[in-house]
Design a protein around this ligand. Sequence first.
Ligand code: ASP
Length: 338
Amino acid sequence: MSAAKCLPLLAIGSLGGTVSMQVETAGEGVTPSLSSEALLAGLPQLEGLALISAETLQLLPSASLTFTQLLDVLQWADAQVKKGAQGVVLTQGTDTLEEVAYFLDLLWPHDAPLVLTGAMRSANQAGADGPANLLASVQVALAAESRGRGVLVVINDQVHAAVHVRKADSLAMQAFTSSHFGPEGLLIEGRVCYLKPPRRRCVLPAPQRLDHRVALLEASLSADTLLLEEVARLGYEGLVIAGFGAGHVSQEWARCLGQISQWLPVVVATRTGAGTTASCTYGFNGGEMDLQRRGARMAGFLCPRKCRVLLWVLIGCGREAELERHLDVQGLARPLHS
Ligand code: ASP
């Protein structure tokens, strides 16, 4: 048997983002232009690790990715595993990395790892981090210990769970954190070292519907209720609120949310960027106890953006009745003692 035949199969799909951006026209800024082959060309270290098949699936800034495109990406990744890939790596922009990772994690049925990565510096910037992140992602995707861990985000030599990871800095190299929970693992001398056992996962069936809308609105000081009042009339089928503090809104918003939650599921998360919503601490109008009485669900640790992804997927596969259970598990929304 030749050496190549002993190597594991690995698939890499690229979607665009800073990792594949470079200056095309001087003075015009960087734009996505590098194909997946071009990304690999700069990484001779990959040779001998795996038989790699690479495909350019999109060349977009990640702000422009859509759920429909991500379902196509999921199908592509699924096909790679069915063809024998031991793991799949996706490169994309970091701006929506956490949402894409979480979306795919809700739907990824395999034990084989699906690893997402990106870069904070574009390809022709000094000290570009794309090649190092891609190499680390391949190392994670090929490790037997990565199996059964769902979708992982590998960046800056850390491995993060899709449910916890967050871009917490706009431009810094150490932009990604999993606050409170910490990374799942670290890359040390080219090997992944997991700090935690695999998490419990709830995998959902692929959404059958794609035409539904879930709104996300952020509470802010002295905000009016005009947009809120229109949510149901405009045909949204779910609403997520990025609430103040531990999941709070103004008295006016609370009244509106009470009405809206008679028609559609309403989830209240925290806009703070870390920590959980409360469940039984604040009794004022617009506090979490009041909001729950009015029919809203508290998100726990799940951030507003991931709540929107969860609600969209649940509605799409006809499982919105399971919202509470998913928030309990993934947002740890219910206090441990209850
Ligand atoms: N700044 C982004 C990135 O890090 C751009 C994007 O998300 O596409 O890739």
